[in-house]
Ligand binder design. Structure first.
Ligand SMILES: *Cc1c(COP(=O)(O)O)cnc(C)c1O
Length: 454
């Protein structure tokens, strides 16, 4: 193992003289700020996706609103829109600064994808979008639907019977399976979800209660995906949703950006040279944060700075981007175990498609320890009454890495304002976590807070 080569080097050779990689391997919290970013206008030339693609995804979600409103009555009052609140979190910001012993200038907001309808996580964007896109394609082809129809028609028996002749399969650490399983089963598809060992029991039970075939693995995410893909290949009626490489998932996430712009406008928050926006996005395989970041870049260009956040035990995107090996490297290559309380982020190998595409646009990646995720979880519940799952707190220390002592903003040569900056932590999941489980997370966090900083 020790002398296994990846990217032409052994682990020892990778680590030699590289302080950052040594800290990553030692499971320390690190911040990496990307020196390969280029101005948006330049970066976009290298990217095959554009505003038109995001607009197409957005229009598709609009077409599905009558259907969503019909089959998920909790969305009826917003006309079938799957969107989450944005809110300032000043009390959390204050306590966070105190905890880290630093003054946090600027304003911190939380984007509560934890409270997205239907599946309670950021996967209710990309995951549900991809199922809808697939369903639309099949229904159009079968002559059951035309794009001008009221899509509420898809809830009728004939459509459900038709979708029941078709299968969907996906590999997941939990939340993607939840989104695709709930949406797919609702439409009538036969759905199989291949769950990695990280997946929580309640998610498996919930899916089974909806008739989803849940296949459990003792291994991590990459293997669950590989096995799911292999089984799907045997069934010609089966569509495999490939989280590691899917452009449509990515675009489903990207739609979030224009919605966020509307919310910022409504709150009177400007984004421009004087008022830059910093967004901290929990990252697993990369599609969710990548899609959102790409959408934000299209709108705010160089005035938005996107930073990904990963657990210290699963720094897959950090290693992929930093080494330039992308999906040709895994955390296990570096002897890191990929075992974390942040089950939504328990990914050992990043999406190569996302890493390559985002490299010129992403300001950086940092890591957070599980202990701190629990601490932030308790802090957020105490100060703002917002209950999140551990993964969703990875964005919490972003503002600290940005403007705290020796923060990123102090180093930005462009002289970015720190007092006028808006910081946004993307809170990616939590509202569906059963109460007893949430309480156990909270107690862990509270106990760790009493012990003080690690
Ligand atoms: C999946 C997930 C993410 C990250 O999304 P990726 O596309 O895997 O990078 C973040 N937070 C939660 C709660 C998730 O479930």
């Amino acid at each position: 193992m020790a002398d296994m080569r990846f990217g032409g080097k052994t682990v020892q050779e990778w680590l030699a003289g590289d302080a950052l990689l040594k800290d990553v391997v030692d499971l320390k919290e690190v911040s990496w700020f990307n020196s390969d970013t280029v101005p948006f206008e330049e970066a976009i030339q290298t990217i095959s996706l554009s505003e038109t693609d995001v607009a197409d995804a957005s229009a598709r979600l609009e077409r599905f609103r009558p259907y969503i409103a019909k089959v998920f009555p909790e969305t009826a009052k917003v006309g079938g829109l799957i969107e989450s609140p944005l809110q300032p979190v000043p009390a959390f910001q204050k306590v966070l600064g105190k905890f880290h012993g630093t003054k946090l200038s600027g304003r911190l907001f939380a984007k509560l994808d934890s409270h997205l309808p239907i599946s309670g996580s950021i996967k209710a964007r990309g995951g549900i979008y991809e199922v809808l896109k697939h369903a639309e394609g099949l229904a159009l082809q079968a002559g059951l639907l035309s794009v001008d129809d009221d899509y509420g028609t898809l809830a009728n028996d004939a459509c459900r019977r038709f979708f029941n002749t078709q299968a969907i399969s996906v590999g997941s650490t939990g939340n993607l399976g939840l989104s695709i399983g709930i949406m797919g089963a609702q439409l009538g598809f036969r759905v199989s979800v291949h769950m990695s060992a990280d997946a929580r029991q309640w998610k498996k039970e919930l899916l089974r209660s909806k008739g989803v075939n849940v296949v459990e693995y003792a291994s991590d995410y990459s293997l669950a995906v590989a096995e799911g893909r292999r089984q799907a290949e045997k069934d010609p009626s089966c569509f495999f949703m490939d989280d590691e490489n899917s452009v449509s998932l990515f675009l489903g996430y990207a739609v979030a950006a224009q919605r966020l712009k509307g919310q910022l406008d409504a709150l009177g928050v400007a984004v421009n040279e004087e008022y830059p926006l910093f967004v901290y996005l929990p990252c697993g395989v990369g599609g969710g944060p990548g899609g959102v970041a790409f959408g934000l870049k299209l709108i705010f260009q160089d005035h938005v700075h996107c930073i990904f956040a990963e657990p210290t035990h699963s720094p897959a995107m950090l290693l992929g981007m930093y080494t330039g090996l992308h999906d040709a490297v895994s955390v296990q290559n570096f002897g890191i175990d990929n075992v974390t309380a942040a089950d939504g982020l328990a990914v050992g190998r990043p999406s190569g498609f996302v890493g390559r595409m985002m490299l010129p646009l992403l300001d950086g990646v940092y890591t957070v320890s599980d202990e701190n995720l629990y601490r932030y979880l308790a802090m957020m519940a105490d100060t703002e009454g917002i209950w999140l799952e551990p993964s969703a707190l990875a964005g919490a220390p972003g503002i600290v890495r940005g403007v705290g002592a020796n923060g990123y903003l102090n180093k930005l040569s462009s002289g970015v304002q720190t007092d006028t900056a808006t910081h946004l932590m993307w809170c990616t999941g939590g509202s569906m976590v059963p109460e007893d489980e949430m309480l156990a997370y909270y107690r862990k966090g509270s106990a760790l807070l009493e012990l003080g900083i690690a």
